[in-house]
Design a protein around this ligand. Sequence first.
Ligand code: SAH
Length: 276
Amino acid sequence: MPPAPSPKRKSDSQLVDTTSSPSQSKKPRLDDTSSPTTTTMPTETTNGTTTTPAPDSHINPAAAIAYWSSTAPTVDGVLGGYPQVSRTDLQGSSNFLAKLRRASKQHPPGPKLKRAADCGAGIGRITTGFLTNVAESVDVIEPVKEFTDVLESGKEGVGEIVNLGLEDWQPDSDAKYDLIWNQWCVGQLTDAALIAYLRRLPKALSLGGWIVVKENLSNHHLGEDVYDEIDSSVTRTDEKFRALFKDAGMKIVTTEIQKGMPKELYQVRSYALQPI
Ligand code: SAH
């Protein structure tokens, strides 16, 4: 059975408790004709060798948007049936940023950051529960309008709302973000699209600003990324993330595992990146 949307259960072989799966029961199924169901089916090439399609080659943005558009605009919806992890997650993010700021020349602890972006923001769970506490203005980038409609426009600290996928988002030419937060959404982008996206960001980053990527990690027994047909996304390995960040011209400033998550879920890792 494929894992559920973010946050996601580990693959079944890794589960300690396989008796309950709250996120599986309420989840709509995608049309299988538009969404391949496996990452492991070998295909024969013309010279007779067999190759396995890369997990991210199955990503279908239309299927992803269809899935998310049919998901309730609630914390339960965007967290795939695990709303109870939100508090731990937001506290962990707040501690992570505090650690980054303590080591920063340009953005040391003190006044709020000027401007942040919440990318793949869903209903703005991170915007309202964390980013508006630490930044004067938070822009929200999210392709599904039904999600951002939940955010009151003009709500304290909420800046521009942009209804685009990250593969299509081009930050304003004069925008300078101190923090660009990407959580539980970069799996919707192919490896190439993620690299291209990250390469667009340095121009939109203030001096000493950070790009944070906080995502599930694949625990595949052969160390492979895992395609999820439900939301048409990939769950990447730590090694893959590091390789992609390098290809995108980013260095990892600080990285840590989110503590306190339920053990049946994938591990979640935060990476703070800066251009090399
Ligand atoms: N980051 C939020 C939402 C996570 S749910 C949070 O942690 O609460 C995943 C989100 O990714 C959904 O809101 C979904 O609409 C969004 N998404 C889907 N495709 C995307 C894309 N191509 N670019 C950016 N976000 C995408």
